[in-house]
Design a protein around this ligand. Structure first.
Ligand code: NAG
Length: 200
């Protein structure tokens, strides 16, 4: 039997000209509601995600381990610290404009209050569109001289677990990542990096 197409009408004209209300078909309510909800979600998505803008991965960094900043090393005239760093690159998963980013080479520097403590190479990596990549690297310092003032400041900040280091990565494709990590208070989340792009 054919589906009753007239069931969607809310009124029907009786032969005498009087209007007889009919029971509303459930679809008549469900369909507009569905469109309403989808429309609202769509507007929210447009406002929040700006899906037409190309979207490169975001980056964060964490100190996976370090050495040479504790115990007798601190009393020596120079420091030779070592840092194991992990860079996390994440592309937006649900974003049309999500772009892959590949880096051939780069350098990393770890510094405290403007004084470089250690440096190293950033290995080649690709963050896939809609995906993520974790990149491990090592930064080493050899016979680094810190002023007495900076040494004292670092020592007292480490006692209160508030010492912060700057991790800066200069990547090819004109990208500079600038991240700040706490040395003694590793958070559950890696520290977000600011990304600077341009010609230099
Ligand atoms: C860095 O990681 C390597 C490999 O996991 C490990 O052998 C080394 O001891 C680590 N170094 C530091 C300073 O954490």
């Amino acid at each position: 039997m054919e589906p009753d197409l007239e069931a969607g009408l809310t009124t029907s004209r009786a032969p005498g000209g009087t209007v007889i209300p009919l029971r509303r078909h459930p679809l008549e309510i469900i369909i507009p509601c569905t469109f309403g909800v989808l429309g609202t979600l769509g507007i929210v998505w447009l406002l929040v995600c700006d899906p037409l803008a190309p979207c490169f991965p975001t980056f964060s960094v964490e100190v996976a381990g370090f050495d040479g900043l504790d115990g007798p090393a601190v009393a020596a005239p120079t420091l030779s610290p070592a840092f194991n760093l992990t860079l996390h690159g994440v592309s937006r998963r649900h974003h049309i404009g999500s772009l892959e980013l590949c880096q051939e080479r780069g350098t990393v520097a770890v510094s405290y209050a403007g004084a470089v403590l250690a440096w190293g190479r950033v290995p080649k990596f690709c963050v896939p569109a809609h995906g993520q990549r974790h990149v491990g690297m090592v930064a080493l310092g050899a016979d680094v001289v810190l002023s007495d003032e900076l040494r004292d400041r670092l020592a007292s900040e480490r006692l209160s677990r508030s010492a912060e280091l700057d991790v800066d990565m200069m990547l090819d494709r004109q990208r500079l990542l600038s991240c700040r990590v706490n040395l003694d208070e590793p958070s559950s989340q890696p520290s977000p990096c600011k990304v600077f792009t341009g010609d230099w």
